[in-house]
Write a protein that binds this ligand. Structure first.
Ligand SMILES: [Fe+2]
Length: 127
């Protein structure tokens, strides 16, 4: 873990829609992307401790999918309540709050499991 997650919490503290967009749906979702490459490196190391770490990361990944899913659910709900178009609003919020740029490789199965739509996954590749 690092401080950028908390910094984004502070930057979005006055706007719950921005919070959902940028903390679970951006910062935590990056954790979904980061896990498989990290696990691949640990498998190459191959020691019992490294292989145990791979298993632990599986548990963290599963939990994290749940956190991102909560963000997707509430972001969708908040946008619907306010009559906001979710994709365009996400881009505005990301710019306004200097969110980190989304970088491939994306963990598409995990992102789908967390509720990202086809349109959102396509937009991610064009970011
Ligand atoms: Fe989380």
């Amino acid at each position: 873990a690092h401080n950028s997650l908390w910094e984004m919490c502070l930057r979005t503290q006055h706007d719950v829609t921005a919070r959902m967009a940028l903390v679970p749906r951006t910062m935590e979702a990056r954790g979904l992307d980061a896990t498989p490459p990290m696990q691949a490196r640990l498998r190459k190391v191959g020691t019992p401790a490294a292989l145990r770490a791979v298993e632990i990361l599986d548990v963290i990944l599963r939990d994290e999918i749940g956190h991102v899913a909560v963000g997707n659910r509430w972001y969708g709900w908040l946008c619907a309540q306010q009559g906001i178009e979710p994709l365009g609003h996400y881009r505005r919020l990301a710019r306004e709050h200097s969110a980190p740029r989304l970088k491939p490789p994306f963990n598409e199965p995990a992102r789908r499991a967390a509720g990202f739509s086809d349109a959102e996954l396509t937009a991610m590749h064009q970011a």
